[in-house]
Every structure is written in C-alpha cells, then in structure tokens.
Ligand binder design. Sequence first.
Ligand SMILES: Cc1ncc(COP(=O)(O)O)c(C=O)c1O
Length: 445
Amino acid sequence: MNSPSRKPSAESATRLDSFWMPFTANRQFKGRPRMLQSAEGMFYTDTEGRQVLDGTAGLWCCNAGHGRREIAEAVSRQISQMDFAPTFQMGHPLPFELAEQLAGIAPPGLNRVFFTNSGSEAVDTALKIALAYHRARGEGSRRLLIGRELAYHGVGFGGISVGGIANNRRAYTTLPNVDHLPHTLDLERNAFTRGLPVNGAEQADHLERLVNLHGAENIAAVIVEPLSGSAGVILPPVGYLQRLREITRRHGIVLIFDEVITGFGRVGAPFAAQRWEVVPDMLTAAKGLTNGAIPMGAVLLHSALQDALMSGPEQQIEFFHGYTYSGHPVAAAAALATLEIYRSEQLLTRAADLEEDWQTLLHSLAGLPNVVDIRNTGLVGAVHLASRENSPGSRGYEVFERCFREGLLVRCTGDIIALSPPLIIEPGHMDRIIDTLGSVIQRTA
Ligand SMILES: Cc1ncc(COP(=O)(O)O)c(C=O)c1O
C-alpha cells in the first residue's frame, strides 16, 4: 500500500490509515483531518485547542449538551457495581426500570420496550416484530414492508431496504418484499415555509395505491421518519402523518415511526408522535436516549403487538430475537441519568419554547447567495443550497468545512446544511450559529 496521508502537527504522532471511518470520504478527511478532543456544554474543543460550537448535538445525540457529570457518574458507578449481565433468560433491574420510565413519556399505548444498541438495530427489530405479529395472528401473508423515498433507517439490511437513499442501497442487495412511498420534499410549492409545509398531505394517499397494487392482506408495515433528518430535513406536510395513520389503521397495517432523531425533545415534545398528535403502533429510538454517551437503542410498541405473540405455552420463547447487549446495565444507567436530566431541566419541551426565535433567526438567511430553501421545526433547521453544475454536494461540503474552521459544527447532506443543536442552547449560541453560517454562505460561491 502506498503513501500515508499528510497530517497536521496535532495528529503527526498518530497514523490515520487504520481506522476506516464510517460515511466519510476517508482520503479527503485524512488529508485534512477535523479532530475533536473534548466537549462541555454547547462546545467541542478540537485537537488544536479551538472551541467549536456544536450546531448538531454531535450527530443528533447530545440533547442535554456535553460533559454531563450526572451521566458520567451513573456510568462509572454502574460499571464498577456490575459491568455486564445477560438479559437472555436472566435479568437485572435497570432495563425494567428504564422501560417503565420510557413508557411513562411515550405516546399513549406504547408501553412495551425492546432494547437494542443502535438506531439501525431498532429499525430491524421493529420490522421483525411487525412480521412476527401478523404471523402470530394467522395473517402470515403480510410480508411486504413499505418505506419511503429519501428515507434513512440506518444501515442494516432491513433499514437499507425500506430506506430510500440511493447511495446507501445501490452497492448491496436489499430485501425482496419492499415498496416505497414518494418523499414529501417539494421546493416548488413549499420553499421557505416556516414550520411544517402546507402542501403535500396527499402524498400519503399513494399508500392507497400500494394497497390496491399489492393487496392489504400482503402488507405488514409502513415505516416513516416523522421528519427525515439524514436526507436533509424533509418535513411532514400538515395532515400527512394523520392520513398515513388513517390508511394504515383501515387496512390493518402496522405503522412504525422511526424517531431515532426526533425522539427526546428534538421537535418540542418527548416524541414527534406527540408533537404532531399521531400515535403509531411502534416507534424506534436511540441517540438522545443516552444523550449519546453510551450506545443504546429501543423499540417502543403497543402492548397488543407483544400480546399477539404470547399465545403459546408459557415456557415458549415468544420472539426469537435479541442482542447480547440488549438492556446493557451501563447503557441503561446512562439512559436513566439522561431521562432525569431531561425531566429536571424540562428539556423535552424546551424546543417548543425556542422554536419561534430559532425560526426567525434561521429564516434571516433567506436571500443569501444560493439559498433555495430554509426549513425548520422544533430545534431543527436546514438551509438548502443550490447545487453547483456538475458538482453536486461540493458547495454544501465547502460550507460545512469552512464553518468548522470558523468554530461551528454543522452537518451537510449533499448541498443541504442541517442544524440540530443541543436543547440546552441559549439565545447567544443561536445568534452565533446564524452569524457564522450566514457569513460562510455569503463567502462561498
Ligand atoms: C431516522 C434514523 N433511523 C435510524 C438511524 C440509524 O441509527 P444508528 O446510526 O444508531 O444505527 C438514524 C441515524 O442517523 C436515523 O436518523
């Protein structure tokens, strides 16, 4: 193998070649690394000692901000007391307590919890529960899973199959029994809408067409992100989620909300299901569940789904599925400490209080060069930039890179700049995010 990457001084002692970074242009990154070293509150500090304002809560994870002592101490206590305990035919108290607390903040009826280690695993678990549920009820012909164009549901084979981002699918194989709804991004009708777009609820009616095409008796589940984050903050048109709920209910189809990024206060309620008053049969969560401190995911489901699997003899395992680390004691301790912070600081509803100011600031970027749309809800924002001819994604990447060099972490997906700051954000941080981003966009041709 030839030529190790060029490295700046701070990294010169460490070779960068061995770590194959996920979802990263490795050669580009290793030619000019961006290395974070520590984190506190709203800020990262990089390996050069520069402060970087976190405009993305890490990766939609650190809703309570960074460096939370309560979580660190809970993790440390738990790892000393009991590092690991199996949850296959054995138990320990923490995941039971955590599941009960999650049911307490979940939309009504979602009072069973299956733990995983990530959002991807939560998605695949939810899809399997839907299939097993129908089979247990004697409707085993329901095998079809319906996702949506531009959806991101993680990287498992289930997730990429129902997902709708071409680059995440095209090099692999996907499940056979899958179809997709159309996405709801509509710049022509909805550009620069403040809050949820008013046009597009009728896109949900496409589900009726899929029912006609495949037969309701063959469809197991529909999975959607209430708002698509990874594809660049695509919001649900007003009434869209309600229509999906109505159609799925009418045809006996399980409705799954993938709330891996919308969970835990991001849109101003514990879950988007509550903010937009549509209760699915299952929802997936991860990221903010432990404030990003320890990997953990979960599926929250209606008890009827579990009950359907409980008809065999008592000694029979009802669901042949689980992960060695499902309900890991250290992750559960982190999650319990995180929920306590969310409760005591009222972070699960704070985004609703800040939404209007955030919206006003964000939309002040309208009119800057190449800005073709601005989208927002809760503490989520997106600035959609026009793509350069023959070089899609390059403008977005340049803005992201410059923002980082100027002390602001944003996220770019293609030419869309996505923002999802920690929910502890104060007005001064918001101003700084908008000032830096605006100035960088202004200077990026
Ligand atoms: C909606 C959604 N689902 C699933 C995932 C996958 O989660 P993980 O990366 O923890 O596997 C993500 C990650 O960003 C996500 O945004």
